[in-house]
Design a protein around this ligand. Structure first.
Ligand SMILES: [Zn+2]
Length: 423
């Protein structure tokens, strides 16, 4: 039976959701993960049986990493899952409780005497409208060295936007450092950490010589939320939504994985041509409006002063991903240099809280992914360093408690200060 037909005959309301599993809708109108248990499943010897083993179970696939996959199982399927006898670690006894513990969305913070929003912005997660206000206020407090930028509309017509910052040589005079946050909707920590970097640049440029050197050497182009439709949906309807909200002809499935829709390596391993899939690539490179806008913007930066560093921000594997994702046996010419830089960056990230980040070619250190942004930046936009960084954290997964926003920002800031000074 198709998903649409199934939904028609059920008396409760369900969302066809993550990984095609049906999720019950709670009293608040949002997808309810009450009683879902989260497991890390060791798949090393049993990868081939995985999809057939999970058939008939509402398995919500969260993330996979080498020989393991993290999944959430609804209460009614815990028993049949147990009988499969996988080697597992329990990451959470109740995903619904984790989501509740993440806390309510925060209210907008006060501005200080310079117009900079209070650091309490990083004490909670916020609604998308508040993020737009935050970028606007931050930019307004730094008027001589920044401007708001818009790169194009999402599928539902929201502008993908952010901030361009520059140093003493003036606007558009240096190579680009280009950051994309929240390409995957549920990875809320990514926009917060990218905003923490922005915040530190804005307040640090006055008297911190490391920040001054970074901003005097590079033009920063920072888009904290490049998947606004998915981000809004993850706040209003389903916390674990990943893709954009694009509909297509001849399918009820919603959403394209923006990070599989880029033209380099398009359609290869680690992406899917099935619209139901969490890694649906779309049918053509750039047929998701968000990717099309980002590719066009990258080309503008490439043909202007060039792209020195691109970072696509994700969660939650704690790893620095270098090109390539589409192939495990092809490497950029400067790969050795990238590995040593990533290793030093990871060492700096570990300093404040001992958070360990692995590093290496994305395909080798995480998994194969084709049509991703960092490979595009490396091969099609001339970026010297086309990276992805997966933030905290296990064991919390995507639902990172709000009191970890600030520590996550602080450790990444340490890594970035080193990286920008040593590119
Ligand atoms: Zn991601």
């Amino acid at each position: 039976m198709s998903q649409a037909a199934t939904m028609k005959f059920l008396s409760v309301v369900w969302l066809a959701s993550v990984s095609g599993a049906l999720i019950r809708v709670g009293r608040d109108g949002k997808a309810s993960y009450e009683g879902y248990k989260v497991y890390r499943v060791n798949t090393n010897d049993r990868t081939n049986e995985l999809s057939s083993a999970f058939e008939g179970l509402s398995v919500v696939e969260l993330n996979h990493n080498g020989g393991t996959v993290d999944i959430a199982i609804p209460p009614e399927h815990l028993e049949p899952f147990d009988t499969l006898n996988f080697t597992t670690t329990v990451l959470s006894d109740n995903l619904g409780a984790d989501i509740a513990a993440e806390g309510p969305l925060g209210s907008y913070p006060e501005l200080d005497e310079n117009g900079v929003p209070s650091i309490s912005w990083f004490d909670s997660y916020h609604a998308y409208e508040d993020h737009i206000q935050y970028w606007s206020d931050l930019q307004a407090s730094f008027p001589d060295n920044s401007e708001l930028i818009q790169v194009g509309p999402s599928f539902e017509g929201r502008q993908i936007q952010g901030i361009h910052l520059w140093g003493s040589s003036g606007k558009d005079s240096k190579p680009a450092i280009f950051f994309n946050g929240n390409v995957h909707a549920r990875e809320w920590i990514t926009s917060k950490v990218v905003e923490y970097l922005l915040y530190q640049i804005v307040i640090g440029y006055k008297n911190d010589t490391t920040v001054q050197a970074a901003l005097d050497n590079y033009d920063f182009y920072v888009l904290p939320v490049v998947n606004p439709d998915g981000f809004v949906y993850s706040q209003t309807t389903n916390r674990l939504w990943r893709k954009n909200r694009q509909t297509r002809d001849n399918t009820t499935a919603v959403g394209t994985d923006i990070n599989r829709n880029w033209s380099v390596g398009f359609g290869g391993g680690g992406s899917s041509s099935n619209p139901d899939s969490e890694t649906f690539s779309g049918y053509q490179p750039g047929d998701a409006p968000e990717t099309a806008a980002l590719m066009a913007y990258a080309q503008t930066l490439a043909s202007d002063k060039g792209i020195k560093l691109y970072i696509d921000w994700h969660s939650y594997a704690q790893v620095i991903l270098l090109s390539y994702g589409y192939s495990c046996d092809t490497f950029p010419p400067n790969y050795d240099r990238q590995v040593s830089l990533a290793g030093e960056t990871a060492a700096r990230i570990a300093q404040p809280y001992n958070t360990t980040f692995e590093y290496g070619s994305g395909c080798l250190v995480l998994y194969q992914s084709s049509g991703n942004g960092r490979d595009y930046m490396t091969d099609a936009a001339g970026a010297e360093f086309g990276w992805g960084i997966e933030l905290r954290s296990t064991p919390y997964g995507f639902v990172l408690p709000a009191d970890q926003i600030l520590p996550s920002g602080i450790e990444i800031w340490e890594g970035m200060k080193y990286l920008w000074a040593n590119l």
